[in-house]
Write a protein that binds this ligand. Structure first.
Ligand code: ARG
Ligand code: ASP
Length: 731
């Protein structure tokens, strides 16, 4: 009886799980297209992705590798999130012209600001190349040999598969190595900043509201792609011209209602939806808590300085936001996994998998999988934890150790690749250091280091700690390191890096910070990393076999590949949710909500005067609905990090919003997607246009757009007499 009930649950779950999944755009025909049409979509799969004619995919470039953007005008204007453009906005800011605080708008194209190291990448076509990638691997028994052969094949194919000279071939794996797809891409490197609202709109609610619904953030910024005279990619030049897209998204002013179809098209970074229960347990109980604690300390120190000093606030804004973002996500993820009993659910799924294995007589292939997972996850645990401490403390959250580690790599390069490689890397390193030290404050970093090194020494597994960190006094070690190191000062660092390799290395090795980081890095790269990688390779092979089994034993089931930073389609409906007893969240927020949250002069909840005026006068132009200004909405689209800036698209292919976040109760969706409570958060396209037009007066940009009314709604302003008159006169 119990068993029957178990089976029943397992069969019902996939039926309900209808709207999870991030799908490959070239493979939508069939099951996905049917499902999308049933949800209300009016387009065909060909309208979304086609190699023969322009399609939606031509309007959706990857934004600098980490976010998504969409083309919204025939002149290469692109929209992405404020938090995606944040680095660019920050790098043009100083205490005198603080675009983070005040916003930035180019009212003429000449005023658009070029950005070093900012690029967008379009997908030209997608092709299945699995057979070619796996050629010659069938006979290889060791996992390492197999992976080596695959990497060789990929390198060869990237070189030999046809493409134009300005394009690139990129091959990516899907379903943990069970499928390989080729992406032919075009990368544009002249991308200029066009517009950004002040942070009090673009980052309204900041870290308190981050990952939370109801939300009231106007999280958008605007850029423009520039191309050479042939419309091809080119490095920045003042002679470049606005890019002419194959397709751009019309913007709808009609919005969506609850239960309307929506799709989100973009570049989800990474998910791990098929991990075994034992892996989830480790994340919940060990790895997430460790990382959260490290970041908690780093954030408290930085926050203390930022609140007191405006220059530090600008210097650390982007860094702080980055650290805070995943700190908070891990907290939500851990809570969500516990609350949804993800481990128990996974265990049930595993039991069901084993039943199918037995029924299919596949014990030889899959029978030991789960036991092997148990064994290797247990083995890898201390290495994973050491690795997380090293990465979080040395590489991610302390700047001095981060820069010292880069120099450590420089020394390694000399040892392995020689003088020429050393000099190349050194030049590279020096070029990046200006930017690095611009945002470095020794006093802040010293305090961060003191906290984190203490944690590292106390909590990272003892057996892998370097001798120099055993029984330390964090305070005196910190004073010693920061008091004696030359790495705290850009000028002294430049001095240190001058000269030939021998001179540079002897100076480096005499530096106290370098010595310490070298000891830690040696211990990590020689003891922890090799063992971690060895076990992880085995886990990777198991995961691939598990995935193969899941696909094989559930023919025709709705199984999507984990995110891997490639272009995906996810779809669903506009929908509220009930996160807990007696609590119902509606799917739409309005400007009223901004005003409810308004705290004058507050760090996170201040509201610009101009916006308050527009609100008081209900001056929403054509963007308001029945006297209200929509701000954000949520839906059942399955998204993850990287989907930020992704277009939210209606049934006809028009832009209705901009994806930027997920809801608190659903932050565990990267590991376990529960359609009842996982929602993505989007800023309404009408709010974006309202801010551009009414708040910023950027009519020049509004004029570039194609504004549509797919539902035939009468534009709001036309129903008002005085505007009607003006309209008639114009005609
Ligand atoms: N949580 C969203 C995402 O993962 C938005 C992040 C914006 N950053 C912030 N610290 N508020 O990117
Ligand atoms: N905010 C995320 C991003 O930057 C999106 C998410 O994780 O839901 O891509």
């Amino acid at each position: 009886m119990k068993f029957l009930r178990l089976l029943l649950i397992l069969f019902i779950v996939p039926v309900q799980a209808q709207q999870g999944g991030m799908w490959i755009p070239s493979l939508l025909k069939g099951m996905n297209e049917t499902e999308m049409k049933n949800l209300g979509m009016k387009m065909s799969a060909e309208d979304i992705y086609s190699v023969n004619h322009s399609s939606l995919k031509d309007a959706v470039p990857h934004f600098n590798g980490g976010c998504t953007s969409e083309v919204i005008s025939p002149k290469g204007l692109i929209l992405t999130n404020h938090h995606c453009g944040y680095d660019a906005i920050q790098s043009h800011s100083s205490v005198d012209h603080d675009y983070l605080t005040d916003g930035f708008w180019a009212y003429k194209m000449q005023d658009e600001l070029p950005n070093q190291d900012l690029e967008v990448t379009f997908i030209v076509k997608i092709e299945d190349v699995t057979t070619k990638v796996l050629e010659g691997t069938a006979g290889l028994s060791s996992e390492a040999d197999k992976q080596k052969k695959i990497q060789e094949n990929i390198a060869n194919l990237n070189k030999t598969l046809p493409k134009e000279s300005w394009q690139e071939n990129k091959i990516r794996t899907f379903y943990e190595g069970n499928q390989y797809m080729l992406f032919v891409t075009e990368t544009y490197k002249d991308v200029r900043l066009v517009g950004a609202p002040p942070s009090s709109i673009g980052k309204f609610g900041s870290d308190t509201d981050n990952w939370v619904w109801p939300r009231h953030t106007g999280d958008f910024s605007l850029f423009r792609i520039y191309a050479d005279k042939n419309n091809r990619p080119a490095a920045y030049s003042k002679d470049n011209v606005p890019y002419v897209p194959k397709h751009f998204l019309p913007v709808s002013l009609d919005g969506v209602a609850e239960d309307d179809f929506t799709m989100v098209f973009g570049y989800p970074g990474r998910t791990s939806e098929y991990l075994p229960a034992v892996a989830i347990e480790q994340i919940v109980n060990e790895l997430n808590p460790a990382k959260i604690e490290v970041r908690d300390k780093a954030l408290k120190v930085q926050d203390g300085f930022m609140r007191k000093d405006n220059a530090i606030k600008i210097q650390y804004a982007s860094k702080y936001a980055g650290i805070a973002n995943y700190w908070k996500k891990w907290i939500g993820e851990t809570q969500g996994l516990k609350k949804s009993n993800a481990v128990a659910v996974k265990k049930k799924q595993e039991a069901e998998f084993m039943v199918k294995v037995a029924q299919a007589g596949k014990q030889a292939e899959y029978g030991n999988l789960l036991a092997d997972f148990e064994k290797y996850y247990k083995e890898i645990a201390p290495y994973s934890l050491s690795r997380d401490y090293f990465v979080e403390v040395v590489l991610r959250n302390t700047d001095l150790t981060n820069v010292a580690y880069k120099m450590y790599q420089l020394e390694q390069i000399l040892n392995t690749k020689g003088e020429q490689a050393f000099n190349d890397r050194k030049t590279n390193l020096i070029n990046g250091l200006g930017e690095f030290y611009k945002d470095f404050n020794a006093a802040v970093d010293e305090k961060v280091f003191e906290q984190l090194i203490d944690l590292y020494a106390k909590k990272s597994p003892k057996e892998y700690l370097p001798a120099g960190l055993l029984n330390i006094n964090a305070k005196s070690l910190t004073a010693e390191v920061y008091g004696q190191s030359d790495l705290t000062d850009f000028r002294r660092v430049q001095e240190m890096l001058s000269g030939d390799s021998k001179t540079v290395l002897s100076k480096l090795n005499a530096d106290r910070a370098y010595q310490l980081v070298k000891e830690m890095a040696d211990q990590y790269t020689k003891v922890v990393a090799p063992k971690y990688e060895e076990i992880n390779l085995k886990i990777g092979a198991l995961q691939r076999t598990y995935m193969k089994g899941i696909l094989e034993l559930n023919p025709g089931a709705r199984i999507f590949p984990d995110a891997n930073s490639t272009l995906r389609v996810t779809y669903g409906k506009v929908k509220g949710y009930e996160p807990k007893d007696a609590t119902i969240y509606k799917p739409f927020t309005y400007l009223e909500g901004v005003m409810e949250k308004y705290v004058p002069g507050d760090y996170e909840f201040d509201v610009p005067k101009k916006l308050i005026e527009l609100y008081n006068n209900k001056d929403y132009g054509q963007y308001g609905v029945n006297g209200k200004m929509p701000v954000c909405f949520i839906g059942t689209n399955h998204t993850t990090g990287g989907n930020s800036g992704s277009p939210a698209i209606d049934a006809q292919g028009n832009l209705i919003g901009l994806n930027f976040d997920r809801v608190w109760e659903g932050t565990m969706s990267d590991l376990y997607y529960d359609p009842a409570i996982c929602r993505n958060v989007m800023v309404d396209a009408r709010y974006v246009l309202f801010i551009m037009d009414k708040f910023a007066g950027a009519k020049n940009l509004i004029d570039e757009l194609k504004i549509v009314h797919p539902k035939g709604n009468k534009p709001y302003y036309k129903s008002r007499f005085k505007h009607k008159k003006r309209k008639i006169k114009r005609q």
